[in-house]
Design a protein around this ligand. Sequence first.
Ligand code: ZN
Length: 213
Amino acid sequence: MKALQMKSKSRSNSQNGSRDASVTEASLSELLREVLVRVGEDPGRDGLLRTPERMEKALRFLTRGHAEDPKEILRGAMFDVDYDEMVIVRDIEMFSLCEHHLLPFIGKVHVAYIPKGKVIGLSKIPRLVDVFARRLQVQERLTTQIAETIQDAIKPLGVGVVIEARHLCMMMRGVEKQHSSAVTSSMLGAFRNEQETREEFLSLIRTRTSNGF
Ligand code: ZN
């Protein structure tokens, strides 16, 4: 396979969002093969022969949330209830890609809300986290998207979302200490207006019980 023609003008094209024809005609795995060449590798050597296809598959999996509709996931999973105490789903594993470097950021999401007549099936909350995490993201936006989607879907008295994550783009490039993590939060309704509610949530996600749960 011949190397792709990537003319120098494609650099200025990419700045304003338009795309060079020689690039748009190439398949994703061809482009990824070219990436291997550009970083100084030989894509013809044994270990790399199938790497472009594997990279493509991984990339499509890790960004599939772009094609998923969070409303669709919640449809049919909202139930009428009288319960009006805080619902918390904590320690949801989260794997996302930072949109600045396409490197992973990994962590935990804690979600809480106080129902006002409706709840969301518990298993759908991690699904909702996944839909937004499997996109190119920044942690701040991921946090607010989860909170606002729940707010819109069931109009609860309030929603709180806290994400603690480590960013490989900082860790691998030595920008930050290896064990530092970024914490973001989005507090809506009662979680924003009532300090007591917010503190109840924050203390519940800090608590670790002896059996590991
Ligand atoms: Zn980054």
